[in-house]
Design a protein around this ligand. Sequence first.
Ligand code: SAH
Ligand code: SF4
Ligand code: F3S
Length: 466
Amino acid sequence: MDFSTEEGGVFENLLPLDGDDREKVYIETYGCQMNFNDSEVVASVLIANGYAITSNINNADIALINTCSIRENAEIRVFGRLDVFAQIKKHKPAMLVGVIGCMAERLKDKLIEDRKVVDIVVGPDAYRELPTLLRAAEDGQKGINVLLSREETYADINPVRLDKNGVSAFVSIMRGCNNMCTYCVVPYTRGIERSRNPESIIREVKDLFDAGYREVTLLGQNVNSYNWHEPNSPTKQTTNFADLLEMVALVDPRLRVRFSTSHPKDLSDDVLYTIAMYENICNHIHLPIQSGSSRVLKLMNRKYTREDYLNRIAAVRRIIPDCSISTDLITGFCTETEIDHDQTLSLMREVGYDFAYMFKYSKRPNTKAANKFEDDVPEDVKTRRLSEIIELQGKLSEISKRKDLNKSFEVLIEGESKKSKEHFYGRTTHNKVVVFPREDHKVGDFVFVKVTNCTPATLIGNIVKE
Ligand code: SAH
Ligand code: SF4
Ligand code: F3S
């Protein structure tokens, strides 16, 4: 799961607009999958209030940008886009511009003060207020709502699946984060952790299955701490993540289940046994380590040591022998030495990650690391360490792909390959992308594919009988 992209995304599929006099909203999204899922919630709220969605900003009456604050680069990119929106607005002065998401929460009214083009600023827990704020903005009143909530989970809102292939969908199971990793802005932009009512999750998953979806990815910043307390239950009934995972797996054996992200401190054996027990829960765990040095992990407030993490990896290998493991890494965190860096490299080798997202530490204003520690690893050292990490992961990813050669995997067909209409792509249970000739199959089918070759990013194969 990509919790890391700084690339933007736009909904590709239009709702029917011909002869439609509804106001049209364009939504551009940056950041993690939760943000993409939030844009679907926003679209749902707006459509219910009489708006339509467009994928072309030139047709839009309202342009929204759903933003990410995780690293400085993510914010720089959004400011660049706001400059482009300002250019477009010169030709279309009536177009309203809204900044939503994590930058809205972090920068609040500063966004309106600094950028004339911005009309409304709405934080991640205030999307139900969007129609009201938009109506006020139409009357010339700039508006802001960045209140964070203790309860909001948008449980009753069915996200509108605009950008999707009709096969795989994200389902948010919780919001916010309580972990306070010292480098991280998320607890400030998303508020405290709260779990969504499991009944509403199961209802959404069933609806997706009935609509033809064959894969769901359950989303949260730390899904392993999912915990729902049934209000007013005489038995004080609770649902933890292992329970929820099982409930989702039982919706239908033909529905694939994925989840992200797991925090190593909370990944329980119960969850691992549940994954092992159900064929339709994919054998892939995204388990961000961040650093291989226990000293750095302590400064990061990750609440586990290198040894604790390796114990969790051993548990994964023991309980789910055939499981792929991916991770996130931050290089050049405050005080990181060459010895710490070598420990990260050695840990990567020891685990043998199948995939990794790798980042240079980026100081985020008002986090504990920014306030208390010095960002003292020089930029050129960060760059060099990052390239060493990327190079090593390149080798590990290749080893991981080579392991699959001449083996057959069940693959859910997700769409046409970008490079050729004659080919489909899909993923194995291990979350590896496979490209293969389409034969007479269709998107949404499960097929068995024998891997015959691989490139650095993809497996290549052919459909086989089994
Ligand atoms: N909740 C998830 C991750 C959310 S952010 C988790 O705890 O695993 C996704 C990734 O961005 C993090 O895992 C981390 O590797 C990276 N990240 C977060 N803050 C960062 C910062 N200040 N600088 C660089 N990378 C950062
Ligand atoms: Fe950020 Fe840590 Fe929460 Fe992940 S667990 S979102 S890294 S504070
Ligand atoms: Fe996601 Fe970026 Fe916010 S990673 S939670 S959109 S800061």
